[in-house]
Design a protein. Sequence first.
Length: 74
Amino acid sequence: MNSAPRHPLTLRDVSQASGVSEMTVSRVLRNRGDVSQNTRDKVLLVAKQLGYVPNKIAGALASQRDPGLATSLE
């Protein structure tokens, strides 16, 4: 049994597995920018195979958007 610790998958993991840059992976997953259909298909397939799930909080921090978190000061 493999007991190596697992880390959450990142754009870098998808990038390395699909052989494209992190920026290309980001463009594909956000459906923005000019990416060839072959590359788009490859990245989406790899992301699905790896089980990649976008981290909305990390994405919001990177883009300086509000991820929808709220706190109550009662």
